[in-house]
Design a binder for this molecule. Structure first.
Ligand SMILES: [Zn+2]
Length: 367
């Protein structure tokens, strides 16, 4: 949402009235990019709802929500934790005990959401899974069986020290939670709502101080960084780098499940660049307009203007931004005649005149 891949446009959703940009590159990094996360997440929600509908009404199965966590300490490295967690999830589904369990519960597949938060005890990766199982399965019994196998997997993956009696006791109590007959709203509220995955412009403004809050989502760290919290910024960067290094994905469907539910598979990158909403094009921005918006960090402000006052409000904002630039860029004392006067910009309604000024203020992107 920085780099133009065509003509940058401002669009407004017909149904919800929310404004957004067109013609900009998207990254599709669902775990570390708040813009793509929100967009991809909305699409993924629909698919998850479809899977629940399939389970209840077509396949006559029971969706159970299985939450798997493990102990972690402040000094643990996120990269190591992610790899160990991955190993534990693999071990959980390996060998005779898993085969026996899946046969007993008539297991048909799962959807897994990976979540990572940052609290007082460091990074906390955990998963919320929905398993599609037989209608006869009792959640309490399943929890006991899964706990046994998850504990063994965590020990083998190096996530739990069996000699550490205190931690083992806490593990027994908290590491596995199973909820039977779960609805898509339960699952989405736990694993895929805006609070957890996406973050909109309003939420970003409301974040509070790091340390006071438990279990901060990485996007909340990002919001804190925007307010000047350097530590939160460093944590966010290390999170984003780790997600890239580990090629982590926020959602995993077991092979074949999407096909059974009747969903065509599309990648996060495709979803992030797709535009499905019915929207009006309010107007087109020139390359110079866009550089001005970026340089003055007004991308969100412009969308606010588009939502409240339409295209005239957008143009008025662009004029104000250009004028602010003129006031900031003082001409060198020896050549006062070289500086354009502010009237020429505001009256002409074209902030781009400054693009070509000697200051060079916007020839280079600040990003
Ligand atoms: Zn992105």
């Amino acid at each position: 949402m920085h780099t133009p891949i065509g003509q940058v446009s401002v669009l407004r959703d017909k149904l919800r009235g929310s404004a957004f940009y067109g013609g900009l590159a998207t990254c599709g990094s669902t775990l570390s990019c708040p813009i793509c996360a929100t967009k991809v997440q909305e699409r993924r929600r629909v698919e998850i709802a479809q899977a629940f509908d399939w389970a209840y009404n077509v396949a006559h199965l029971q969706p159970v929500m299985v939450t798997l966590t493990f102990p972690h300490k402040i000094w643990h490295d996120l990269y190591e934790l992610i790899l160990q967690q991955r190993q534990a999830l693999k071990l959980l589904r390996y060998g005779k005990p898993w085969k026996k369990l899946t046969a007993e519960i008539d297991y048909q597949g799962l959807i897994r959401a990976l979540e990572i938060s940052r609290g007082g005890h460091g990074w906390h990766p955990h998963t919320h899974e929905v398993w599609f199982v037989g209608r006869h399965v009792k959640a309490e019994d399943l929890q006991v069986q899964v706990l046994k196998q998850w504990m063994s997997a965590c020990i083998r993956a190096g996530l739990l020290d069996p000699a550490d009696v205190k931690t083992v006791a806490a593990f027994m109590e908290h590491a596995v939670h199973v909820k039977g007959w779960c609805q898509d709203s339960d699952y989405l509220a736990k694993s895929a709502d805006d609070k957890n995955w996406g973050i909109d412009r309003e939420m970003a403004k409301g974040a509070t101080k790091l340390g006071k809050l438990k279990g901060l989502h990485p996007f909340q760290l990002l919001a804190l960084a925007a307010e000047g919290d350097t530590k939160a910024g460093q944590l966010y960067v290390s999170f984003a780098m780790t997600m890239k290094r580990t090629r982590s994905r926020p959602l995993f469907w077991s092979p074949g499940l999407k096909g059974r539910v009747g969903i065509n598979d599309s990648t996060d990158e495709q979803l992030a660049s797709e535009q499905r909403e019915e929207a009006d094009v309010l107007g087109l921005l020139t390359h110079a307009h866009w550089q001005l918006v970026r340089a003055s960090k007004s991308r969100a402000q412009l969308l606010d203007a588009a939502e409240t006052g339409g295209w005239p409000a957008v143009m008025a904002l662009l004029d104000r931004l250009a004028l602010a630039v003129v006031k900031r860029v003082k001409p060198p004392l020896k050549q006062p005649e070289a500086c354009p006067g502010p009237q020429s910009v505001s009256s002409g309604g074209n902030p781009t005149g400054y693009e070509r000024s000697r200051s060079g203020a916007f020839t280079e992107s600040p990003f």
